[in-house]
Design a protein around this ligand. Structure first.
Ligand SMILES: [Zn+2]
Length: 362
């Protein structure tokens, strides 16, 4: 890792604290009885055609992922879904500083890039798949549109035309092209899925290799044969559950779909976009879901077993992945700042049952 002289003092302090071992010592004490659940979406080799069109917000380079796995192995005990389920049932205690790796959506690049690196590191993972996208093979329209506009590039008239169609003033002074594209996609998203799908159909003229791809049902079957990997559902349509007319239908349908492709030992789910209500949570439980994950950026206390209704998860954001930052989309792919990442992982609030019961809509 290279550091330039203008590094932020706070970042430098974290880096020093990490290098001297202070941060690791704090983590060993503070997080002894916790489960950290990491959430990933896409992992792509920056040399692969898919990299160019992938939204940096949800994408990590293979180099970054590999180094993150190294950090995980140094500071945590990686566990699989079944171990977490047994701890939840009170049949076993989790090892100190347990960590579960999870992937959302069901991207093809999980099979191509993430799985081999996980195998090499011997780190288990669970893949929560949106079964509708896996069945149809078609990625979400937001990702397809983002890729189309990015691959066409700033000099093409694609994004200008879309901006006009949407009535968005494309001259709004942002020189960051990925962010312009992100803004157009978000603007369209606010008009609903129908409008988004219609519009994306008009703009999807790119070659297949750069188009975002989902894993196939055969991929699910093959990956599930590896004892390191498990599957759970992420709904059918990827619509936030509170926005569905009948969330119960997707709770049942997504599990039926998944059960055709593999036989997961634990009935588990992660909520699309992390959204749910307490009614939906109850419905999921009464439908037989044993482990439920949300996107509440907390660690899960394990001292008295796992008591939270839903396990929180958090994402590690590589440089260049934050749309609110000026370096968004600049592909600083391998700039792995271990001190910052360790601080981000080690210092999360710890959720126990009493602090979670009162929360409603998230
Ligand atoms: Zn998702």
């Amino acid at each position: 890792m290279t550091h330039s002289w203008h590094i932020h003092p706070k970042a430098l302090a974290k880096e020093m604290l990490y290098r001297t071992g202070g941060l690791g010592a704090l983590h060993r004490r503070r997080n002894r009885e916790t489960l950290s659940v990491l959430m990933f979406h896409r992992v792509i080799d920056p040399g692969a055609p898919a990299w160019q069109g992938a939204n940096p917000l949800f994408t990590m380079s293979t180099g970054f992922f590999e180094r993150l796995l190294g950090l995980i192995k140094r500071h945590y005990t990686p566990v699989g879904l079944e171990t977490v389920a047994r701890a939840r049932r009170g049949e076993t205690l989790l090892p100190p500083r347990a960590l579960l790796v999870t992937f959302d959506d069901g991207w093809a690049d999980n099979v191509e890039f993430a799985a081999p690196l996980l195998r090499q590191a011997g780190v288990p993972a669970v893949f929560f798949v949106a079964t509708g996208a896996v069945k149809s093979g078609e990625a979400f329209w937001q990702e397809r549109l983002f890729a189309s506009l990015m691959v066409a590039g700033e000099s093409s008239d694609q994004w200008v035309t879309l901006g006009r169609t949407l009535g968005v003033d494309e001259t709004i002074g942002d020189t960051n092209f990925p962010r312009k594209v992100m803004r157009l996609v978000s603007c369209l998203e606010s008009r609903g899925d129908r409008a988004g799908q219609d519009c994306t159909a008009q703009f999807s003229t790119m070659d297949d290799r750069r188009m975002p791809q989902m894993m196939t049902p055969e991929d699910v079957t093959r990956l599930a044969e590896d004892p390191l990997f498990d599957f759970g559902t992420h709904g059918v349509s990827h619509t936030p559950f509170p926005a569905l007319d009948d969330p119960g239908m997707e709770l049942v349908q997504s599990w039926d779909d998944l059960s055709l492709w593999c036989a997961p030992p634990v009935k588990s789910l992660s909520f699309p976009h992390g959204h749910y209500t307490s009614e939906i949570l109850d419905q999921a439980k009464s439908t037989g879901y044993e482990l439920i994950f949300d996107s509440d950026k907390t660690l899960c206390g394990t001292g008295d077993g796992i008591n939270v209704p839903a396990c929180g998860r958090f994402e590690i954001r590589p440089p260049g992945s934050d749309p609110f930052n000026s370096d968004y989309g600049r592909h600083l792919a391998d700039d792995f700042d271990a001190g910052r990442i360790a601080a981000e992982m080690f210092l999360r609030p710890i959720a126990v049952k009493s602090t979670r019961e009162s929360t409603g809509l998230r």
